[in-house]
Design a protein around this ligand. Structure first.
Ligand code: PNS
Length: 162
């Protein structure tokens, strides 16, 4: 088992500057960061699995210890399969914490020894979320502060064709 590996799971619909900050900081702490992109999200995602994974790969091009993989089913199962014992999650504030702590407890019950570590969002990224990006994109708002530059056009285009 590699103690230096972590899994950062989420929907990433689409990946935001907030996610990218967490990925960068995790990549500085862990030897290997696997970004797990959930296939069977409850809601119909705005971007396909290929698009969501592709966007993460694009924005993480300069991070050699980061990889993006699609997954379905339980996050704890993916950890078991990859032999990973640390989950990474970002928290933007107190409002995120209850649900995050509950998720961590469930995951630790499903896979004993699975730890969840939290990275607090940096001040200016506290308000950034995929749902905010989707809303702004649909309404034609400026996405520049919220989405990495390399995928800006792809995110805009994704909403223009709807
Ligand atoms: O960042 P998100 O989109 O809120 O991510 C939520 C995610 C994907 C981490 C969570 O829904 C998840 O782990 N889903 C997989 C199903 C699972 O393992 N459920 C039990 C843990 S609560």
């Amino acid at each position: 088992m590699s103690k230096g590996a972590c899994l950062y799971p989420g929907s990433f619909d689409p990946v935001t500057n907030g996610h990218l900050d967490i990925i960068r900081r995790a990549a500085a702490v862990f030897d290997r960061v696997v970004v797990g992109v959930l296939v069977n999200a409850d809601k119909r995602p705005s971007f396909t699995m290929e698009e969501r994974v592709g966007m993460i790969r694009t924005v993480c091009r300069d991070l050699p210890n980061v990889e993006a993989v699609p997954f379905s089913g339980l996050t704890a199962e993916l950890c078991r399969k990859l032999d990973i014992r640390v989950l990474v999650r970002g928290v933007r504030g107190a409002a995120d914490l209850d649900a995050e702590l509950r998720m961590a407890r469930v995951n630790a019950l499903l896979l004993p020894g699975l730890e969840t570590v939290y990275f607090g969002a940096k001040g200016e990224l506290e308000a950034v979320s995929s749902s905010l990006v989707r809303e702004l994109a649909a309404l034609g708002g400026d996405l520049t502060p919220f989405v990495p530059g390399e995928i800006l056009e792809q995110v805009r285009a994704g909403f223009r064709k709807e």
